[in-house]
Design a protein around this ligand. Structure first.
Ligand code: FES
Ligand code: FES
Length: 139
């Protein structure tokens, strides 16, 4: 099972989805993981209440980069409220307060983690997006 999880992570790490900056984004949030110095910036374009586009840049371990890539796929097209709910839920699933639904690719992020300190790697981009959305109250 760990092998399968590892493959999902490495696929996103080597071929990140939605990697790159967005011009004139409605949401932009840079976040540093103080534990290791790795960083991520999440950009999003909102159309009305919808997350029309979401991208990321950054450098970090495979878990952090794969998680950012998976997050963009998961949250693009969602309403702002849906995105916020998904982010909170993902954080709870990573800490084990809630289980991942069967067949959810995101479970790979938890599956490959061997030390609790690495949870932060997986939640970094999600946290950045959440803070970015919170800061963007005008829309
Ligand atoms: Fe960074 Fe293993 S993924 S140390
Ligand atoms: Fe730095 Fe994972 S080790 S984000």
């Amino acid at each position: 099972m760990r092998d399968l999880y590892g493959q999902v992570i490495m696929d996103h790490y080597r071929h990140p989805r939605n990697r790159g900056e967005l011009e004139a984004p409605d949401v932009e949030r840079h976040l540093l993981n103080p534990l290791c110095g790795d960083e991520v910036t999440v950009y999003a374009r909102l159309e009305g209440d919808r997350v029309a586009d979401v991208r990321f840049t950054g450098r970090g371990c495979s878990i952090s980069q794969a998680s950012a890539s998976m997050m963009t796929e998961r949250l693009r097209g969602k309403s702002r409220e849906e995105a916020e709910v998904e982010i909170s839920r993902f954080k709870r699933m990573m800490t084990g307060e809630e289980a991942f639904p069967e067949g959810d690719d995101l479970a790979a992020l938890k599956g490959v983690i061997q030390y609790p300190s690495r949870i932060r790697c997986a939640t970094l981009a999600w946290e950045a997006f959440q803070q970015g959305l919170e800061n963007n109250t005008s829309k």
